[in-house]
Design a protein around this ligand. Structure first.
Ligand code: FE2
Length: 572
């Protein structure tokens, strides 16, 4: 079966599943260049179809990440518009001819279906089921507990499923407005960052804080129960249409909120610490409950809260599961994949491919396409015999390079195909990157990519972390060796790399290891602050030319900005 999955919310995305395998997927932001773009993902859909040489008419089904029917009486206007939009797109019926949505969406869909004469089956699927399906059906596990936690679905904000084979069984659920994701977003708003966007910054800031009076204060906001947790809703406003997500009572408890872009002080750091500590407690509590309810040995985690790599690191260290899978596109992006897999497995009994899905599902370019772009721009470039070795030599000498290879990553992290790679041994590298390339807040850490087999040598765990979704402590004796990627609290958000996952990136790190004795590089996404990750060769060249980057590698080509800088590496 050929199934298109659509997420039309935060980080809108499309995914294509063919006979149970995810063949293509991308966020809309990569094409529109608007970070977290929530508009209808028509460019991402086009990408998915083009990759497989398909047209809309070739599809067997379309799977939608949300079930508007669950909002019994009145679905939110945003969703109503979303449904009208995708019906217009998929059926080619102008939206003014689509009947007014006051009734249940399924009957509207049927009307459009009859009016257009197309037989495309559209499935509206429960949001957390889509999160759970993405995490379980792309995992290597035959049997697992699945924990999902986000801001909110139709009603649910948290679920525990049992996955076995091609089945999913719901065992526990917590309904919005009780929600870990909304709790974190409300405090993110309080701390002066954008909710649903700045949560990663708050996690970075938390490491600067200390265990203070604020931990007990933030603990007042949540009660852990046998079935999960409850929030004290009097501290929040996110379920009302108000300018802020927190109430005056929260301000009375914690003090005045921080204005966006204003100075970050000690109190903000300590509140971030407390928020992070309580979130970790909540996720530990939920994971232990999932273990109790399922008895399973493996845990899959998805939903936006699963992007919290510090909490994930603790789940791995402090719960009784043997193995863990943190779904790489854990946020709503991944529900495009999950929706399609629900149709494949739960509705059509399709066989599971037990091969773990690749995370490199986005746009790619052939060498001829790359050359055409380079020639068009009349750029100087070199064709390299061994780009990995050349890149490793440059990185070892302290240059900042962009590494653009193969298909783009799906999900929020750059994992060696759209990455900026630099030397993690240099103390000044973080400041240099911030000042000349990334322009990020100084408190945000940079992350390492380490050879999978060497992980335990540098970090406090040798369990592979292929998607940069787990924080490990840097070994004390390695903190001085790796100052650029060790956060202020002594941890690092590790990506392990093996040869099968990404042969070219693996080799780059291996050569860097041969030259320097350190099997680890600094990896940060190829973009500048506020922009989505680079998607095309043109964008890559523009970023090279307008930032302090020293060189750009695209497939086998080295694009030259400053001939004197690359000369020592391309002689002969
Ligand atoms: Fe979600």
């Amino acid at each position: 079966m050929k199934i298109l999955g659509i997420n039309h919310s935060n980080d809108a995305a499309a995914a294509l599943v063919v006979d149970g395998r995810v063949m293509a997927a991308s966020q809309e932001e990569r094409f529109s260049r608007l970070k977290h773009d929530a508009s209808f993902p028509d460019k991402a859909i086009e990408h998915c179809l083009k990759t497989q040489g398909l047209k809309l008419g070739d599809l067997d089904a379309v799977a939608f990440f949300w079930n508007p029917g669950i909002h019994a009486e009145a679905p939110p206007r945003r969703l109503v518009n979303s449904v009208r939009h995708h019906l217009e797109y998929l059926y080619g019926v102008p939206s003014h001819l689509i009947p007014k949505l006051g009734e249940r969406v399924s009957s509207i869909e049927q009307t459009v279906h009859l009016a257009s004469g197309r037989k495309l089956a559209i499935h509206y699927l429960t949001h957390h089921l889509c999160h759970a399906a993405a995490a379980f059906f792309t995992s290597p596990f035959e049997d697992a507990a699945i924990l999902t936690a986000d801001g909110y679905g139709e009603r649910q904000s948290t679920t525990i499923y049992r996955g076995s084979g091609t089945r999913l069984e719901l065992l526990a659920e917590i309904d919005f407005p009780h929600s870990i994701g909304s709790f974190y977003a409300a405090l993110t708003d309080y701390l002066g960052f954008r909710a649903n966007s700045g949560e990663g910054k708050v996690m970075g800031l938390a490491s600067y804080g200390k265990d203070s009076e604020y931990v007990a204060k933030v603990r007042k906001l949540i009660t852990f129960t046998e079935r999960g947790f409850e929030l004290d809703l009097s501290y929040f406003e996110y379920f009302h249409d108000r300018p802020h997500r927190y109430s005056d009572k929260l301000v009375a408890l914690l003090g005045p909120p921080r204005a966006p872009e204003s100075v970050v002080d000690k109190r903000h750091e300590d509140i971030s610490f407390a928020l992070q500590a309580i979130t970790e407690e909540a996720m530990l509590h939920l994971a232990r409950l999932a273990r109790k309810l399922t008895g399973a040995k493996n845990l899959c985690v998805a939903g936006g809260v699963a992007l919290n790599c510090v909490a994930n690191g603790r789940l791995q260290r402090e719960t009784d599961f043997d193995k863990f899978y943190f779904y790489p596109a854990a946020g709503d992006t991944g529900t495009s994949v999950g929706a399609a897999l629900v149709v494949e497995h739960l509705l059509n009994n399709g066989k599971r491919s037990m091969e773990v899905a690749s995370e490199y599902l986005g746009t790619g370019f052939t060498p001829a396409q790359v050359r055409a772009v380079l020639d068009r721009g009349q750029l100087r470039y070199h064709t390299l015999k061994d780009p990995e070795l050349t890149a490793a030599r440059m990185v070892a000498d302290g240059l900042m390079i962009a590494w653009f290879q193969g298909r783009a990553e799906f999900g929020p992290r750059a994992l060696g195909n759209r990455s900026i790679v630099t030397d993690p041994r240099r103390k000044d590298m973080k400041d240099l990157l911030n000042a000349t390339v990334k322009f990020r807040e100084p408190f945000r850490p940079y992350a390492p990519s380490v050879l999978e087999e060497s992980c335990g040598k540098y970090f406090g765990s040798d369990v592979p972390s292929p998607y940069m979704l787990r924080a490990y402590p840097t070994r004390p004796e390695m903190i001085d060796v790796l100052p650029a990627i060790t956060h202020v609290d002594g941890t690092a958000r590790v990506q392990t790399v093996n040869e099968k996952q990404n042969p070219r990136y693996y080799r780059l790190i291996k050569e860097f290891g041969r030259l320097t004795g350190v099997d680890c590089v600094l990896n940060t996404s190829f973009n500048i602050r506020g922009e989505p990750i680079i998607n095309t060769v043109d964008e890559a060249i523009k970023c090279l030319m307008t930032t302090g980057l020293d060189a750009l590698f695209v497939e086998d080509y080295l694009v030259v900005k400053d001939p004197a800088k690359v000369a020592p590496y391309v002689k002969g």
